[in-house]
Write a new protein. Structure first.
Length: 343
């Protein structure tokens, strides 16, 4: 059992005898361990050198195992992490070499609901730093509630930026799913229409369905690895990110300008959600939504909703919070996920 700490089976057997006794002579240890007197002494010398046992007046004793074995555990963990890193590096070298030899390695076509779902979960499991998502209404392979990897990725520090299509925000109960992602750390924005469904992991791999969700036949998706095509998909995301509006529906603390309900209402309005859908999502009446919008318009002396949106932007009412960590190269804002390729 202790081989992972560098002990041989004989060393472990002798060590257990010493641990089980208070002060034990070498002859007694040999007898209880089932080894000869000439065999036990070299083993005891090794355990002494490792600091696992002590010798005084011809008697062997042991320090508490959790104290004496602690450094070996740490060393073993360091070696394991180093081995994992080496395996990851070798895997990357292999994939890079394979892609240079065979261009077919750059784009893989994935066919079928189950296969697409597995890939959507796998790229989330493999993410280490950043994930970028286009979330459209409807779904191709996986509902948001089935996306079990999102919270796990957020918990280990993966940073997500997510753009939601307005139609998705109007789907019944969808705001609850979006809120879960934002509360987990997403930086979310919304826009009236997105061109494709898209998930990008660490800017090294992307998953992009090849047909619309209402097409007949089996769905297919492209798994795109590092290439000019992947760079183009990342650039496409950045263009839409700049055009999209901040989605501030998860804040619960009031600001000098807006209370939480006003911020959610204004965020959904600027995101293009209809008054009726806003009322449904916020669980208030249609008349309440209109009254609150009129209050906001009076506050900034706006005659139209377009002027209200412009003034809110000018005054920074919906500015995204500082992420609280250094921006990655290029000044990109990171953030976490919700329901991406699945929608």
């Amino acid at each position: 059992m202790l081989e992972a700490l560098g002990m041989t089976p004989d060393e472990e057997r002798v060590y257990r005898v010493v641990v089980g006794g208070y002060r034990t002579a070498a002859e007694e240890i040999a007898g209880r361990a089932g080894v000869g007197r000439g065999e036990v002494q070299p083993i005891l010398d090794v355990l002494l050198a490792k600091g696992l046992v002590n010798l005084a007046d011809g008697q062997y004793t042991s320090a508490p195992p959790d104290v004496s074995l602690g450094p070996l555990l740490v060393h073993g963990q360091e070696k394991l992490e180093a081995a994992r890193a080496a395996v990851s590096q070798l895997a990357e070298e292999y994939r890079g070499s394979a892609r240079r030899r065979d261009s077919a390695q750059l784009v893989e076509v994935v066919t079928g609901v189950d296969a697409i779902r597995r890939q959507a979960l796998a790229i989330q499991r493999g993410a280490r730093e950043e994930s970028l998502w286009f979330c459209l209404e409807g779904n191709v392979a996986m509902a948001a509630s089935e996306n079990v990897e999102e919270a796990l990725a957020q918990a280990r520090g993966v940073q997500y930026r997510v753009i939601y299509e307005t139609g998705l925000l109007e789907e019944p109960g969808r705001i609850v799913n979006v809120l879960e992602g934002i509360e987990g750390g997403e930086i979310a924005r919304s826009i009236s229409k997105l061109p494709v469904r898209l998930a990008i992991s660490d800017r090294r791999v992307a998953l992009c369905p090849l047909v619309s969700h209402d097409s007949t036949g089996e769905p297919t998706a492209a798994l795109v690895r590092e290439s000019s095509l992947l760079s183009a998909l990342v650039a496409l995301f950045e263009v839409y990110w700049e055009r999209a509006s901040p989605l501030r529906i998860g804040d619960t603390a009031p600001t000098p300008h807006l209370d939480p309900d006003e911020r959610r209402l204004l965020s959904l309005l600027i995101g293009g959600v209809s008054d009726k859908s806003i009322a449904t999502q916020l669980n208030v009446s249609y008349r309440t939504v209109q009254r609150r919008l009129q209050d906001l318009m009076r506050r900034v002396d706006a005659r139209t909703r377009m002027q209200l949106a412009w003034q809110a932007s000018k005054l920074g009412w919906l500015d995204e919070p500082s992420p609280g960590y250094p921006l990655p190269a290029g000044g990109r804002h990171p953030g976490p996920l919700s329901d991406a390729i699945s929608n």
